[in-house]
Design a protein around this ligand. Structure first.
Ligand SMILES: [Zn+2]
Length: 107
């Protein structure tokens, strides 16, 4: 077993503790997606209120409702976000040069 394998092992334990269910994943994705604040994609307005879906944000000017997964690699996911996070994590530990942000947000 190489040092890198051990490091990956420790990371998976941390990862599994951090993400126990979908809610943990949604919360994390929300932090990353809007880490610089909300900017409406339609009208560039920065104020929002809670959207229809859990964690979605609705522009308070044009009423555009952006779901949490829109414009991320998790858009229109057919399975649980937790499973998707596990897949993303596996890929990210293989590709060290890919940042978590690059992995989660498709620009
Ligand atoms: Zn707007």
């Amino acid at each position: 077993m190489s040092a890198r394998d051990k490091f990956t092992g420790v990371n998976s334990i941390t990862f599994n503790k951090r993400f126990k269910d979908d809610a943990d994943c949604y919360e994390y994705l929300s932090l990353i997606k809007w880490e610089n604040g909300f900017i409406c994609r339609k009208c560039n307005y920065a104020k929002y209120y809670k959207g229809k879906k859990p964690f979605s944000r609705r522009c308070s000017r044009c009423k555009y409702d952006e779901s949490l997964t829109a414009n991320t690699m998790f858009n229109k996911l057919k399975f649980s976000l937790l499973i998707a996070f596990h897949i993303a994590f596996k890929i990210s530990t293989k590709k060290k040069e890919m940042s978590s942000l690059e992995l989660l947000i498709v620009r």
